[in-house]
Design a protein around this ligand. Sequence first.
Ligand code: CA
Length: 230
Amino acid sequence: MSPEAPVEPVHPTKLLLVEDDERISSALQYALGQRSYETHVVATGGEALVAEPVDLILLDLGLPDMDGLEVCRQIRETSDVPIIALTARGDSSQRVAGLRTGVDDYIVKPFSLAELAARIDAVLRRTGHSADRLERLEIGSVVIDQTAHSVEVDGREVQLTRKEYDLLVMLAGQPGTVLSRAEILEQVWHTTWLGKSRTVDVHVAVLRQKLGVPDLIKTVHGVGYQLVQP
Ligand code: CA
């Protein structure tokens, strides 16, 4: 390679900011740029629905053309992209509850940039969509490579389905924390319908079997599951 050859840039994390208040969007775009996020801004729900794919969407709920809930619902028909809703303090709890089916996190205006950046990082880590960060999680003999979306146990690759993988990443991202079935359903299956609780149990059972590490995922009776660091 000649000395003149361009250095391959690290893929920057791409964000889509859906916000109609230009003072907010331009300030956020600048500040997020300082943190090496590449932020594309649109001011309407309609534009958001036809925008290029990104790593994460910041979605203001008070848009001029469409309800944020509807934008979210339509994005979810075709995409698992992480979404952080920007909600106004006055948003009713019912409205926020409705959104819980589709968004990964919320932040209430006004918020600090540090707070937003922390939410973005946490959501990207949790959902495995982060493209340019340290993406290797090691829990004893289990190694999760979030860039390759692969899992190895003692050097042996384990084939997981998308949901099994997402479930493992969620548990492994918060070792020692007891996660309720409701939290897992919301995060991995994007639903708040507890009638699907059994789905979580079935996936945990399959995950335990495939990983072959019996004590890794502990059942906390009446609550949910916990990943135990060996
Ligand atoms: Ca707005």
